[in-house]
Design a binder for this molecule. Structure first.
Ligand code: F3S
Length: 395
């Protein structure tokens, strides 16, 4: 409680707010201090006071040996994950808790860590959370309180900029590959401001919004966006701008999108050394789409698919997990290839369909990155070189 109150002071929050749930990101091993912090809470008899899911750890507990971090890394990562379980958290080990059954209600106050999950909870579910960094997230879960500030408050959730996507061709807006690019642009251009996006299809999918938020929270600090006519706080533009007529308006042009698209690749190389998908962790629908694309094909380069253990269990039941494994796809759970050493040593070129993997890949893994659609990723893995559908980004 002392940590939560000190954070509230630093944030100029006048009081705390009761929370209904938490999602804790602090279970990822970054150094021994994080282990000692969690174990000290356990030693003091700490127990979370609200339902609390866990983000990824630094080990794939279901596939031992997949992470090559060395003995110290393995021992400490395991201790850290174990300590959070001892605090009463749920062993979800996923960055997409909202697709693992943890879905706060509209307007519910929560304290979530992991930037993509924060963007999703605020934007797609209409719950209210700020971005809770490692360790403050656990303190909120233990006290069932959070500083009342930022996006916990209705006045800070009003859109301050309108992004008009009406001019983007429908054919592009229907493709999944569009959404990480839109998110990347949003993060770079709009950052922490709250955007109201108009002109997206009314049937934009939850996975597309997830990809948008994850990319925006990586390239910028997007924690809340509204899609007018789609997301729950934005039935109309007036509702989400509170009728203000002077809100800045940006038209989404081909030039703006291409700038973001280019940012997602760091090399023009032809060769591909590895492919990674599932950032944020694959949903059942994304997993099935991957299985459909891979069926009957032989992959020439290491191909990693990251997902939550809950989704893996569902996909084992349908046979899709076995199909992927047979084709040579290495399924990673409880963690991912960007937060812990899993990719083959020596670096090279990593292809991905995730804006967030593309953003963090070079600094975290040492690999150059190439961005493409899921279809491009599979085609490239089959061909052993970059195969990309380049059309559709000009109009
Ligand atoms: Fe999840 Fe790893 Fe991406 S934790 S959001 S798959 S960087």
């Amino acid at each position: 409680m002392r940590v939560v109150v000190a954070a509230a002071d630093l944030l100029d929050a006048e009081r705390l707010v009761e929370i209904a749930s938490a999602h804790v990101d602090g279970c990822l091993y970054h150094g021994d201090g994080g282990v000692e912090f969690a174990e000290r809470l356990v030693a003091g008899g700490g127990k979370v006071r609200v339902p609390t899911t866990l983000n990824v750890g630094a080990l794939d507990l279901l596939h031992p040996g997949r992470v090559r971090g060395g003995a110290h890394h393995e021992a400490m990562a395991r201790r850290q994950m174990k300590a959070y379980l001892a605090l009463g958290c749920e062993p979800t080990w996923t960055c997409a808790p909202y697709q693992a059954g943890h879905r706060p209600r509209f307007g519910e106050q929560v304290a979530w860590g992991e930037s993509n999950a924060v963007a999703f909870a605020n934007s797609v579910l209409g719950a209210r959370t700020e971005r809770y960094g490692d360790f403050l997230d656990a303190c909120c879960a233990l006290t069932a309180r959070a500083p009342l500030h930022g996006l916990h408050m209705a006045e800070n959730r009003v859109a301050t900029v309108v992004v008009d996507a009406s001019g983007v061709p429908d054919t592009l807006k229907r493709r999944n590959v569009f959404y990480p690019v839109l998110g990347t642009w949003l993060g770079l251009e709009v950052g922490r401001e709250v955007a109201a996006i108009v002109g997206l299809p009314g049937d934009v999918t939850e996975d597309q919004l997830k990809a948008l938020g994850a990319a925006g929270a990586s390239s910028g600090s997007v924690s809340l966006f509204h899609v007018v006519g789609v997301t729950p706080e934005a039935p109309t533009l007036e509702a989400v701008t509170e009728g203000r007529g002077d809100v800045r308006r940006i038209e989404l042009s081909a030039q703006r999108l291409r700038m973001a698209l280019e940012r997602l690749s760091t090399t023009a190389a032809d060769a591909v050394d590895a492919v990674a998908v599932g950032c944020p962790h694959l949903s059942p629908g994304e997993f099935r789409a991957l299985a459909r694309l891979v069926r009957g094909r032989r992959l020439r380069v290491p191909f990693y698919a990251c997902t939550g253990r809950g989704v893996l269990a569902q996909m084992e039941a349908t046979g899709d997990a076995a199909l992927l494994a047979e084709a040579g796809v290495r399924i990673v759970v409880d963690t991912c290839v960007v937060v812990t050493p899993i990719l083959p040593e020596g670096g090279g070129v990593l292809m991905t369909c995730s804006g967030k993997f593309a953003h963090y890949g070079p600094s975290n893994t040492g690999y150059d990155v190439v961005y493409g659609s899921l279809e491009d990723c599979v085609a490239s893995a089959v061909a052993g070189r970059v195969v990309r559908e380049e059309a559709g980004w000009s109009w």
